[in-house]
Design a protein around this ligand. Structure first.
Ligand SMILES: NC(=O)C1=CN([C@@H]2O[C@H](COP(=O)(O)OP(=O)(O)OC[C@H]3O[C@@H](n4cnc5c(N)ncnc54)[C@H](OP(=O)(O)O)[C@@H]3O)[C@@H](O)[C@H]2O)C=CC1
Ligand SMILES: O=C1O[C@H](COP(=O)(O)O)[C@@H](O)[C@H](O)[C@H]1O
Length: 599
């Protein structure tokens, strides 16, 4: 790959450049000696990765055709990146060289989107793969396969995908040509999800494209959860790579509760090693969620304040201004707590509240996330409010109720809104309410983290604010989407001869600061999976800890058939959310006037 292309790839997808410091590479003791240009005792050889960076091939043991090892790289320029991982078999090919000097063999990656005919594949996965191709982030040799039961062929798959591909607004050169080139690398295989024969046929087709290269295979399970294990079985038994790694990305939902999640994990682990399983939570791939650790751990001004001593409460807010349109069938079986809170918001909370990890290595970060999740108080119904949207007419337009969705039973009590107060019973966070709020069909589409600080002790300017603590205190807002921004509300003097105080935002507004499009979360996560970087994927013990917090509540809500509080489509949600916050002396930050919040 050419230098220019590599540079743009590294820049555009810097899950990488901002947060993967050299420390990230050195976190694993096995790899500590594997540094830039150094041929260490643990390095079998130095190789060039497909982003052109040198990396160390390390010794690994082979475990029955399953992925056994990943390698890390040290970059040519000293900045750290994760490398194209090297499987044990890949290594053995490389290590089987003359005079102990490795001869690199060409590698290829085949990405199979299982459930290629579906909504997520069309909306997110194929466009993300194209974006990676466009940015020069995919290896030189790659193939994309769509797999599903629908009767399609290569041409109809290409036609389906072509309507969804877009180029970055800020770099549209050769967009059409690039799309054509990409589509030529896309193929389709129709088969059954539980048929090893179908996957065997797929494997043959993959092999035709792979030739005698080291063949790495990634399967993206973009299918309903009841066929996850079937596909894991068939892909593992009939379509695993013979000489490279095989990895499987699994979409949520990872079960409905602790038991079903454990059963799914058992099922997957019958056919795959934990290190082959990439449980995706696409919120972890969002730019500002990635930036959370950078903000905390690379700025002196934040981390010292990050505790009960200075923080009054923290709020994690998700809202959508549309209902379940088209996804009611799935949604009704899960509800908003399982759809958004137990995964997306809880993952962000864990990153927010964890102790500083030993390094940025995936296992170090995930260890800290598990610890903080396990320090949390199990949720109960007293600390939760549930709601469901009802129909509403505004400006002559009728917005339907949740139960008017044809795929939803008309007596459904599934929550489309929930607010919850959570607590972390550890030394850092004792007594600090962590509030979550998530809802569909609300007045706005937004995801944000709000950190409300305590008041200034003995403030000299107390009189200027009166008794309104929210007026007087600082608030840090991390707006994940839309219009990404990080801003800190501060108090300042209004210029002039008098002494009047004002509230202003110190703000990092991404659109003003960076003249480039922010990559979609799926791009970052797909690239990470290809590179064997697991930091942004959920480990099974994290998942267990997350379910342990929510399962008793979910069971209780279902057992007691708790009726959700109805709220009008397009409103701010049920009033019960305000009472819940008030119980802990908190006011939701997103209810302050829009003007004081805009950046
Ligand atoms: N759509 C979204 O925005 C999001 C989706 N997800 C998750 O991603 C996965 C895929 O989502 P999505 O694309 O919306 O799902 P779809 O309902 O569109 O299903 C994907 C494909 O799976 C096949 N399929 C559908 N129903 C069944 C069934 N009952 N048994 C076997 N195969 C079936 C269909 O392909 P065919 O009939 O051709 O085989 C379909 O095209 C799911 O696990 C979902 O929960 C996660 C986050 C967001
Ligand atoms: O996982 C899910 O996420 C989407 C919201 O994702 P976003 O990236 O568009 O914010 C949500 O609509 C869906 O219900 C849920 O399953």
């Amino acid at each position: 790959m050419e230098q220019a292309t590599m540079a743009s790839c590294a820049q555009a997808l810097s899950s990488s450049s901002l947060s993967r410091s050299p420390g990230a590479l050195l976190g694993s003791s096995r790899l500590t000696l594997c540094t830039r240009g150094v041929f260490s005792p643990v390095c079998v050889s130095m190789r060039k990765g497909f982003r052109g960076r040198s990396f160390c091939v390390i010794r690994a043991s082979v475990t029955g055709g399953k992925e056994a090892e990943t390698a890390r790289l040290a970059t040519n320029d000293g900045s750290a990146q994760s490398a194209s991982p090297v499987s044990a078999k890949d290594e053995s090919r490389v290590a089987g060289s003359q005079n102990g000097v490795a001869v690199a063999t060409e590698t290829t990656v085949s990405i199979t989107v299982v459930g290629a005919s579906g909504d997520l594949a069309k909306k997110k996965i194929f466009p993300a793969l194209f974006a990676l191709y466009y940015e020069g982030c995919l290896p030189k040799h790659f193939t994309v396969f769509g797999f599903a039961r629908s009767k399609m062929n290569d041409e109809s798959l290409r036609e389906m995908i072509s309507g969804t591909l877009t180029c970055r607004i800020d770099q549209r050169e050769n967009c059409g040509d690039k799309q054509e080139e990409f589509l030529k690398r896309c193929f389709y295989h129709s088969g059954q999800y539980s048929s090893e024969e179908s996957f065997g046929e797929l494997s043959k087709k993959l092999h035709e494209h792979e030739g005698d290269r080291v063949a790495n295979r990634l399967f993206y399970l973009s299918i309903p959860p009841d066929v996850f294990v079937d596909v894991a079985r068939c892909s593992s038994l009939a379509a695993s790579s013979a000489n490279g790694w095989t990895r499987v990305i699994v979409e949520k939902p990872f079960g409905r509760d602790s038991e079903s999640s454990a059963e799914l994990t058992r099922g997957l682990k019958t056919y795959l090693n934990e290190d082959q399983i990439y449980r995706i939570d696409h919120y972890l791939g969002k730019e500002l969620v990635e930036n959370l650790s950078v903000l905390r751990f690379s700025n002196l001004v934040f981390e010292p304040l990050w505790s009960r001593q200075y923080i009054r409460n923290v709020q994690f807010i998700f809202s959508e201004d549309f209902g379940t349109e088209g996804r009611g069938g799935y949604f009704d079986n899960y509800g908003i707590i399982r759809d958004i809170m137990q995964n997306h918001l809880l993952q962000i909370l864990a990153l927010f509240a964890m102790e500083p990890p030993v390094s940025l290595d995936a296992e170090d970060i995930r260890n800290e996330k598990v610890k903080v999740l396990r320090s949390m108080r199990v949720l109960d119904t007293d600390n939760v409010v549930v709601g469901q949207y009802k129909g509403h007419t505004r400006g002559g337009v009728r917005y339907p109720a949740y139960i008017e969705d044809k795929t939803v039973p008309n007596n459904s009590i599934t929550p489309t809104f929930a607010a919850a107060a959570l607590f972390i019973d550890n030394a850092r966070w004792d007594g600090v309410p962590f509030l979550m709020k998530a809802g569909k069909a609300l007045h706005t589409k937004r995801a944000e983290i709000r950190v409300q600080f305590r008041h200034v002790p003995g403030s000299l300017y107390k009189r200027s604010f009166g008794a309104d603590i929210d007026q007087a205190t600082n608030e840090l807002v991390i707006r994940v989407q839309p219009d990404e921004a990080i801003y800190l509300k501060i108090n300042n003097k209004v210029p002039g001869l008098g002494m009047r105080l004002d509230r202003s935002n110190l703000n990092l507004h991404y659109a003003d600061r960076y003249n480039r499009e922010i990559p979609d979360a799926y791009e970052r996560l797909l690239l990470d999976a290809i590179e064997g970087e697991r930091r942004l994927f959920i480990r099974s013990d994290e998942l267990d800890a997350a379910w342990a917090l929510f399962t008793p509540l979910l069971k209780e809500l279902e057992k007691r058939k708790v009726a959700p509080e109805l709220y009008p489509y397009g409103s701010r949600g049920p009033v019960g959310a305000h009472y819940l916050a008030a119980k802990y002396n908190v006011r939701w930050g997103d209810n302050s006037s829009e003007t004081s919040d805009s950046v």
